[in-house]
Design a binder for this molecule. Structure first.
Ligand code: FES
Length: 156
């Protein structure tokens, strides 16, 4: 066997023996990616991009229960403030907390059951309507619901 034929056989042998290792490495990477995609802790809200029904996750039921409200200024529907309806605790109320007067963020006051603007004192009912000015327009409202441990709001 001459030198050229010998090197040819060595090259083919190296390639044949390396192929299973390369394929196994690629296969295990795909499995890892799938495992990461499918493993979501039970208490973690899922992605907040709008699904086909246009509900997006804005927080967790645990947060709502603990704090009495969820204020999410960065949700996919924009700023949103979610509370339990004081008239029916199994229902949610969701509003855009941006005051229509000069755009301060309203606070939820559970004692008086109103949204109150800290800047100039406008007050809003749980359905977003103006109770006291200077604001002359209501807060924007959203549909809201609970699924599992997630609180979802529907974009309009
Ligand atoms: Fe809310 Fe003025 S910004 S009352």
């Amino acid at each position: 066997m001459d030198r050229r034929a010998f090197l040819g056989w060595v090259g083919v042998g190296w390639l044949a023996s390396s192929m299973p290792v390369v394929l196994a490495a690629c296969a295990s990477n795909n499995t890892d990616t799938q495992a990461q995609t499918n493993s979501t802790p039970a208490d973690t809200p899922v992605a907040s991009s709008p699904p086909s029904d246009r509900f997006v996750v804005v927080g967790t039921v645990a947060d709502l229960t603990q704090k009495g409200q969820i204020l999410n200024k960065q949700s996919a529907v924009g700023a949103v403030l979610v509370i339990r309806n004081p008239a029916a605790a199994n229902q949610l109320v969701a509003v855009n907390p941006t005051c229509p007067h000069l755009r301060c963020t309203v606070d939820w006051k559970s004692q008086t059951k109103e949204f109150v603007c800290p800047c100039h004192g406008s007050k809003f009912a749980t359905n977003g309507t103006v109770v006291t000015g200077p604001a002359d327009k209501p807060l924007k409202t959203y549909q809201a619901k609970i699924e599992g441990n997630s609180v979802l709001v529907r974009s309009s």
